[in-house]
Design a binder for this molecule. Structure first.
Ligand code: GCW
Length: 692
């Protein structure tokens, strides 16, 4: 009898325990889309369409307004509403398009779920095309992906579309729609000609069918030499009539699979990719040939400006040098896609001087959502602040206030097309992005693409509420408005997010240092990294130029003169040591180790101080996170905690590696008031930072 009782007790404890685990289980798969309806709403609309049905369902499933409310979807021409913009009001969502209604629905839900009031307001997108670039390969791997394999392509190259595939694509599409993303490039810019074969196009068609339901257009990266590689032609010369014909036919075929196909993205004559220059033609010749083929179907060409010639003295000048002379020569359905900085997605770069300078061509920014140079999916680094800094940079091209945002969204120049792209950080990992906080970059990209004036503070606030506030119940309608939660969770998490990028800049490459990674993984420190045979502009010493006299890349008028690519007053401001912002100091200047900084420290001491500060900042972030345990489910808490442990160790290695290496040149002591290195330099120089 007794035994039975004990058994029963043990049994029920186990059940309760399992239930508790289950209640706490939170694998992050739901992203920022976790709030359920707690009240009823009646939706009315005089027309129906697949997108409107989704909009209705989403509103009903998420409604947290007054119980029994009714909401009218009204589609009518309103001149103040642009593109897929919308107008929201207490009981009405108005738009010119079905998709506008869907976006309006998500805005209403977002407001309800983050405690903002709903009042009459119009919202129009900053960019017409808000596109994710997936660097996914046909074998399922992802270039610079840190969240598992591709959601589009299988490792075994099987092209069969499974139910599981479709479910995932649908979830992906819905998440995108909820933040206004309306385009996806399905494959890597280092592209495979396979993508344009019938078999692959068949799968592209299946993907497009799912994405279309949520207003997302499909695009493809294509290889410029496809006519020779898969078309059996002897050349891929863009002016050759057979080549022109081949592309025309190919484009026609693509549209027979995907009638609303968006267009091509091209990386040409860059890092070994083929391009028009292989035939002594220009970027314009290549882009225009493709643009002509796409034109009858309404397609566009996104031609990347990420090019550089290994023989040039300064890689930062290349894109400008190659593209400025071509301004005005591109067809109107060509957009030049330019990375935010002139080098390559570094933790901090000044904006690329092409923004605002190319005035007769549509130009679109390319941001990197995946953290190639910012600690992969191991470091907690909120990228939104970096993008905000970039979008708000003043180019001065048409007077003060000609920010990058305004130069690219049609406010300053009358661009035929406006667009923005982000290199996705999405993979098959259950939580999509590897790190739970990496979801915030996807979210932030979508929100900024919709409204390039949003602040990172606001974006972080929304994202934290949507991602971490407990699901609303009728009794507790507004979990985010709980004062204790706001003070002890929301505020500290926001602070962590908003400071995290500056911390990363400090412990990786402060004061304008850039590209000092060990090896091609771009993860760990490697200012020493210069293996024999590697082209110079791929090695860190090329970028930091440390020697016994000092450190930094002289891009002033005495150096490579990259400063002259910027419009006045920036040209002089960057050129002059006195006015060059310290955040860009070593980007533009080679300075003596004894140079006096604004802080009164010598440059050497300041470098030491910055690295040390970065390490301290990450430790602080980890400490803060540990106070948040009571507010987070165990699963996500531990996941993040484990990564913060790695990030702290990694920041320390960055500091120790860089300081001890640079010390060989500066020959100065590391100031006593900062923590002395822990890891021996020889050990770090041998360390393989490749992620296993
Ligand atoms: O940042 C570099 C990456 C490459 C990438 C390239 C590009 C797709 O290291 O992996 O290739 O940029 O943007 O084309």
């Amino acid at each position: 009898m007794m035994n039975k009782k004990i058994l029963l007790m043990v049994f029920s404890t186990i059940i309760l325990f399992l239930l508790a685990i289950n209640l706490n289980a939170e694998d992050g798969h739901k992203l920022w889309l976790r709030n359920k309806n707690i009240a009823n709403v009646k939706v009315s609309c005089s027309v129906t369409s697949p997108i409107l049905s989704i909009a209705k369902l989403e509103l009903e499933n998420g409604w947290q307004g007054k119980d029994g409310s009714s909401v009218l979807f009204s589609i009518k021409k309103n001149k103040l509403i642009k593109g897929d913009g919308y107008k929201i009001a207490l009981n009405e969502i108005q738009a010119n398009t079905d998709l506008g209604i869907l976006y309006g629905v998500y805005e209403v839900l977002r407001r309800q779920q983050t405690g903002r009031i709903i009042k009459d307001e119009i919202s129009n997108p900053s960019y017409e095309r808000r596109i994710l670039n997936h660097w996914d390969n046909p074998d399922g791997t992802i270039e610079r992906g840190y969240a598992g394999l591709s959601i589009f392509w299988h490792m075994d190259k099987s092209l069969e579309v499974t139910e599981n595939d479709k479910k995932l694509w649908q979830e992906y599409a819905l998440a995108n729609a909820s933040i206004g993303i309306n385009g996806s490039v399905l494959d890597n810019v280092n592209s495979s000609p396979l993508m344009l074969t019938k078999e692959y196009l068949q799968r592209v068609k299946s993907i497009a069918e799912v994405l279309r339901q949520y207003g997302i257009r499909t695009y493809l990266s294509v290889k410029f030499s496809s006519p020779s590689l898969i078309g059996g032609l002897k050349t891929s010369d863009p002016l050759n009539s057979d080549v022109i014909k081949w592309w025309q036919e190919k484009v026609k075929e693509v549209y027979s699979f995907v009638p609303d196909f968006g267009g091509f993205l091209i990386k040409a004559n860059s890092e070994g990719q083929p391009g028009p220059q292989d035939y002594n033609r220009t970027h314009a010749d290549g882009a225009n040939m493709l643009a002509d083929a796409l034109k009858p179907f309404g397609g566009i060409v996104m031609w990347r400006a990420f090019v550089y010639n290994p023989n040039d003295k300064d890689r930062a000048k290349q894109a400008y040098n190659e593209f400025m002379p071509l301004d005005g020569q591109f067809r109107d359905n060509v957009i030049i896609q330019v990375k935010n900085g002139p080098v390559d997605f570094q933790p901090r770069e000044p904006f690329s001087p092409l923004f605002g300078a190319m005035q007769k061509t549509s130009v679109m920014p390319e941001l990197q959502i995946t953290q190639e140079y910012l600690g992969h999916s191991t470091h907690l680094v909120f990228l939104s602040t970096m993008w905000e800094e970039f979008l708000n940079s003043d180019t001065f091209q048409k007077g003060k206030g000609s920010t990058v945002a305004r130069c690219t969204d049609g406010s300053v120049f009358n661009q035929k097309y406006t667009a923005i792209a982000g290199v996705a950080n999405i993979g098959l990992d259950t939580n999509w992005c590897g790190h739970h906080f990496a979801q915030s970059h996807w979210y932030a990209f979508g929100r900024l693409a919709w409204n390039n004036k949003l602040t990172s503070e606001k974006i972080a606030d929304e994202w934290i509420k949507l991602t971490f506030a407990k699901v609303a119940t009728e009794k507790n309608k507004t979990p985010y408005s709980d004062k204790n939660w706001q003070k002890n969770f929301l505020a500290p998490v926001k602070k962590v997010m908003l400071e995290s990028r500056e911390a990363a800049v400090n412990y990786m490459m402060p004061l304008g240092l850039h590209h000092i990674f060990a090896g091609n993984h771009h993860y760990g420190p490697g200012p020493w990294y210069a293996p024999k045979g590697l082209r110079a502009d791929w090695t860190p010493p090329y970028y930091h130029k440390a020697d016994t006299l000092g450190i930094g890349f002289d891009r002033t008028s005495n150096g490579t003169d990259a400063v002259s690519q910027y419009h006045e007053p920036l040209h002089s401001q960057f050129n002059n040591l006195k006015t060059c912002p310290e955040i860009y100091l070593l980007w533009f200047h080679h300075l003596s180790w004894n140079y006096k900084m604004k802080s009164g420290r010598t440059l050497w001491d300041e470098i030491c101080y910055r690295y040390d500060l970065g390490v301290k900042q990450v430790r602080e972030i980890k400490k803060t996170w540990e106070t948040l345990k009571p507010f987070v489910d165990d699963e996500r808490f531990m996941h993040i905690e484990n990564r913060l442990i790695d990030q702290c160790a990694n920041a320390q290695m960055w500091k120790d590696g860089c300081l001890q290496y640079f010390q060989q040149f500066s020959k100065k002591p590391i100031p006593e008031n900062i923590e002395q290195p822990l890891y021996p330099l020889e050990e770090l120089m041998k360390k393989d930072f490749t992620r296993k």
